[in-house]
Design a protein around this ligand. Sequence first.
Ligand code: ARG
Length: 267
Amino acid sequence: MDSKKVKRVLLCRPTYFTVDYVINPHMKPYTVDGNIALLQWENLVAILQSLEIKVDVIDQKEDVPDMVFATDQGIVRDGVVLLANFRYKQRQPERIYYRDWFRENGFGLRALSNIFPFEGGDTLFFGDMLFVGTGFRASISSCEELSRKLNIDVMPLRLVDPFFYHLDMSFLPINKTTAFYYPAAFSKNSQNLLQKIVPNLYELSEEAVKSYAANAFVSGDDIVISAGTPKSFTDDLHKLGLNIHEVDVSEFKKAGGGVHCLINVLE
Ligand code: ARG
């Protein structure tokens, strides 16, 4: 495996995590057990620390239950963050809280010059390209400026199933040649593009993708995945030589989020 080793990440302590509105088909209002959520989150932090990753923590504010999903807040590269433009008003205040955290911690701040939505969960690096899932959260109109501001080639991929509303729900890059995807989450042309561009493209079964297999975190030879994925998926990961670390994130799934959503890579 030649995946980048992650050095530092940002997570949000789920002090006020709950589900009290619905902006994706997974969300089940008033079902979250806050104590269990906190324990699951602490387990995730412990796993990341055991991989020698420095974990920074931002405190959650009470008015933003989805603030725990740190990956959505923007793209961090070389000490500069490009802040998200959240599509739904319920999540828009999160940006201010994270902006303040990034500023206080010495990061440069950038933003799109327009209001076209993009959220971190829709933007995944593959080699030297940025793949952007469009259709539900990120707007295709955000892609041009993303490309310019990050000085990177951007490939939009059209998502067609609201159950996989962010790219990180159905696409999992492992390194610059290998990725997993769930074909039916993408338009036919986007499936064809992925097949052309990704040399080793593995298919996720419906069972795997629905157990949040794609929503995983990769660092070097290690992968942190949601507990409860099928054996066919973990067998593929073993074949790729990855060390698997499982964590139960059942409470966060009630909001439509998993392991990947909870982690923003800083370095
Ligand atoms: N409830 C959140 C939302 O709908 C979940 C976000 C999960 N994040 C992700 N990167 N998939 O916005």
